[in-house]
Design a protein around this ligand. Structure first.
Ligand code: PLP
Length: 418
């Protein structure tokens, strides 16, 4: 019963420092968010002690009567939120959910089509040294060199040529919506299963602000911790006919005991995601990304060689193109870090700079929307970013503007020990 500060002061200091960092800076990494206090509570709870291999009502351990309630709530809420026939809420993370999907739908060596990592896809969609690229034959599709969007005619041609068993639609760095109905048609034409990875945009889908892939896809995988603002973890939705295959691919296929504290957190996240308040937050998230895209494509930015890929966004992130700027992605990330804004550098398609430097920035609005930002604050932070990316910027003054915004929107007020 000793507190962390006594048992391990070094780790207690890490927690305190990280809380201070999150409070004092502006988080704009597109895949991050702030979970509500209720989710911190589930994750720091006694549920972490419980082994519960198996599924509710069919466990390989005793004493599961209460964690079963949590998992059933998570399952039912996920199904209701996304209109799915079946939900598996056990994947430890997004990558684990994706491994389960691949093992359920394919045998080693089968062909899968996914968006190239260099063009915005995720590692698990076929990157060479990832599980996906090592175990399956990958036919990666790319964005169009003129529009930087996915051209469905080209995807169709490629699918007819490579005859994939699975087509994956989803992304980690792409500022537009995918056409799920067109992906479905192509999958049907070539006899492939359609898998949508909605990790990034699941929160927008839950709020009804992005097309729902569930009616179109055989399987949908997701993380819970990006726009959905839940615990760091994953889940899978599918039609009834794939339920058995998906469940056994997760457990015993590739995971042991589920993380019951995280599963309880998922139940809470799905409940919150069905609320009006959550929808209003996702509206602010989208409005913020549009304000940012507009500011970063204004004339004064073009004059600096800074632009926005696809000219805007329909989601929660903006991809800044620095190929014509004196700044590379690493320098852009570092300058923003100096003024107190956290983003990540990101390769742009056909990036002339190496992956550790890059010519792009991926900037997202979900965490600041969770913090309470509305249009006025997104205008202010967008202007700070724009000014910081210009040569000779007054970084001291910009740091002050960031500190003011951080002060105006306190984070985890009163939670000193988390
Ligand atoms: N799928 C997509 C599209 C992602 O963007 C990510 C995370 O970045 C993942 C899967 C993997 O999630 P995790 O980091 O939880 O394994």
């Amino acid at each position: 019963t000793l507190p962390l500060s006594e048992v391990d002061p070094e780790i207690a200091a890490v927690l305190a420092d990280e809380l201070g960092r999150q409070r004092g800076t502006l988080e704009m990494i597109a895949s991050e968010n702030f979970v509500p206090r209720a989710i911190l509570e589930t994750q720091g709870s006694v549920l972490t002690n419980k082994y519960a291999e198996g599924y509710p009502g069919r466990r390989y351990y005793g004493g599961c009567e209460f964690v079963d309630v949590a998992e059933n709530l998570a399952i039912e809420r996920a199904k209701a939120l996304f209109g799915a026939e079946h939900a598996n809420v056990q994947p430890h993370a997004g990558a684990q959910a994706n491994v389960a999907v691949m093992t359920a739908l394919m045998d080693h060596g089968d062909t899968m089509m996914g968006m190239s990592l260099a063009h915005g896809g995720h590692l698990t969609h076929g990157m060479k040294i990832n599980f996906s690229g090592k175990n399956y034959t990958i036919a990666a599709y790319e964005v169009d060199p003129e529009t930087y969007t996915v051209d469905m005619d080209k995807v169709r041609e490629q699918a007819l040529a490579s005859k994939p068993k699975v087509i994956v639609a989803g992304w980690s760095a792409y500022p537009r919506q995918l056409d799920f109905a067109a992906f479905r048609e192509i999958a049907d034409e070539v006899g492939a299963k359609l898998w949508v990875d909605m990790a990034h945009f699941a929160g927008l889908v839950a709020a009804g602000l992005h097309p729902n892939p569930v009616p179109h896809a055989d399987v949908v995988s997701s993380t819970v911790h990006k726009t959905l603002a839940g615990p760091r973890s994953g889940f899978i939705l599918c039609k009834e006919d794939l339920k058995k295959k998906i469940n056994s691919a997760v457990f015993p296929g590739q995971q042991g005991g589920p993380l019951m504290h995280a599963i309880a957190g998922k139940a809470v996240a799905f409940k919150i995601a069905a609320s009006e308040e959550f929808k209003a937050k996702q509206e602010r998230t989208l409005a913020g990304a549009q304000i940012l895209a507009e500011r970063l494509s204004a004339k004064d930015m073009q004059d600096q060689g800074v632009s926005v890929l696809t000219g805007g966004t329909d989601v929660h992130l903006v991809l800044v193109d620095l190929r014509n700027s004196q700044l590379d992605g690493q320098q852009g990330e570092d300058i923003l870090h100096e003024v107190g804004i956290t983003v990540n550098r990101n390769s742009v398609p056909w990036d002339p700079r190496p992956p550790m430097t890059t010519s792009g920035l991926r900037i997202g609005t979900p965490a600041l929307a969770s913090r309470g930002f509305g249009e006025a604050e997104f205008r202010e932070v967008s202007d700070v970013i724009a000014e910081a990316l210009k040569p000779g910027a007054d970084l001291e003054a910009l740091r002050g503007r960031v500190a003011q915004l951080a002060d105006d929107f306190p984070l985890y007020d009163g939670l000193e020990n988390w």
